[in-house]
Design a protein around this ligand. Structure first.
Ligand SMILES: C[S@@+](CC[C@H](N)C(=O)[O-])C[C@H]1O[C@@H](n2cnc3c(N)ncnc32)[C@H](O)[C@@H]1O
Length: 278
C-alpha cells in the first residue's frame, strides 16, 4: 500500500492500548470481498503504526466480532439521529475509530473524548473539521461537562463503544446518573456483555494488562433498576433481527447454533440505547 501517513510508534499502554484491537479488526476486514464495515482509513493507520499487530492474528482474535459490533451500533445510531434530526453527538473513548467519517453528516456537531495520548494520535490521522471537536481527558472528568453544558440546542446523544468494560458496575451506574443530571433528556448507546461472557472474554483477552470488569444482566435490566429515570429505549441481543441480518454467516457455526438454542448466548453481547428522562 502506498504510504499515506508518516510512520509512528504508538505510545499506548494499559487500557488505551486496547484501541488497537478494533482498529486492527477493521483493517483486516478490508481484505474481505464484502466487508461488514468499510474503513480504508483503518488499514492506512495500521500500516503507519509501528506495532506488532500480528500478535492478534497469532492469538486468533475474532476480527469480525469487532466489525459486527461497530456495524450494529452504526445502524442503531443512524436510526436515532434520523428520527431526532441532527444534534450533538458526544463519543467517549473513540480510540482510532472512523465513526465520524461514516455518520458525522447526521449530526450537528461531533465531540470525541479520550485520553491525551489517544487524542494526540487521532489528531495525526484525522484532519481538522469544523463540525468535529476532540477533547483530551477522561469521560469521568467534570471539566468537559462544565464546558459543554448549555452549549447545545437539544440534549446530546452519547456513544461508548468498547469502553464501559474497563469500569466497575458502581462506576458506570454513577457515571450514567451524572450524565442524567448534567444533560437531562439526553441518551446513550453503548455495548456490554453478560457476566458469563465477561469471564470468557477475560480468559481470552489478547492484552492481559487490561482486565474487563463491566457486565449487565439480560435486557440490561440493571439500568432501570439502578434508576427508573434511566429507561431502555432499545435493546439488541446477540443475533437479533434485523440488526444482525446478513452478518450471522460470518460467525463460527457453533456461535450460530448457540444463539438459536441457548438463551444465555442471546444475551452474551448486547447493544443498549438508554434514555435519561428529565
Ligand atoms: C477498546 S478501545 C475502543 C475504541 C473505539 N471505541 C473502537 O471501538 O474502536 C477503548 C477506548 O476507551 C478509551 N477510554 C477508556 N477509559 C476512558 C475514559 N475514562 N475516558 C475516555 N476514554 C476512555 C481508551 O483510551 C480507548 O480508546
Amino acid at each position: 500500500m502506498a504510504e499515506v501517513f508518516k510512520r509512528i510508534t504508538p505510545d499506548l499502554n494499559g487500557v488505551p492500548e486496547t484501541l488497537l484491537i478494533p482498529l486492527w479488526a477493521r483493517a483486516q476486514e478490508q481484505s474481505h470481498p464484502d466487508p461488514i464495515i468499510v474503513d480504508p482509513v483503518a488499514q492506512q493507520i495500521v500500516a503507519a503504526l509501528d506495532y506488532d499487530f500480528s500478535r492478534f492474528t497469532k492469538q486468533r482474535v475474532d476480527a469480525e466480532n469487532f466489525c459486527i459490533r461497530s456495524k450494529v451500533m452504526d445502524s442503531l445510531i443512524t436510526d436515532i439521529l434520523r428520527a431526532s434530526g441532527p444534534r450533538t453527538v458526544i463519543e467517549f473513548g473513540p480510540g482510532l475509530d472512523t465513526r465520524f467519517n461514516r455518520l458525522g453528516h447526521l449530526a450537528e456537531r461531533w465531540i470525541e473524548i479520550d485520553f491525551a495520548e489517544v487524542i494526540a494520535l487521532r489528531e495525526r490521522f484525522f484532519p481538522a473539521d469544523a463540525s468535529r471537536q476532540m477533547l483530551s481527558g477522561s469521560m469521568l472528568d467534570q471539566e468537559w461537562m462544565d464546558k459543554l453544558r448549555g452549549t447545545m440546542t437539544a440534549p446530546p446523544l452519547f456513544i461508548a463503544e468498547g469502553v464501559f468494560y474497563f469500569f466497575s458496575r458502581p462506576q458506570i451506574r454513577d457515571f450514567l446518573q451524572r450524565l442524567k443530571m448534567e444533560f437531562p433528556g439526553s441518551s446513550i448507546v453503548f455495548d456490554a456483555v453478560s457476566q458469563l461472557y465477561l469471564k470468557l472474554s477475560n480468559f481470552q483477552h489478547p492484552l492481559r494488562n487490561s482486565r474487563l470488569e463491566f457486565a449487565l444482566s439480560p435486557e440490561a435490566a440493571d439500568i432501570p433498576a439502578w434508576d427508573p429515570q434511566m429507561s431502555i429505549r432499545n435493546y439488541i441481543g446477540f443475533g437479533d433481527s434485523p440488526w444482525y441480518d446478513g452478518m450471522m454467516p460470518r460467525f463460527a457455526w457453533w456461535k450460530r447454533c448457540a444463539v438459536r438454542l441457548l438463551r444465555p448466548a442471546r444475551h452474551a453481547f448486547m447493544v443498549v440505547h438508554t434514555k435519561f428522562l428529565n
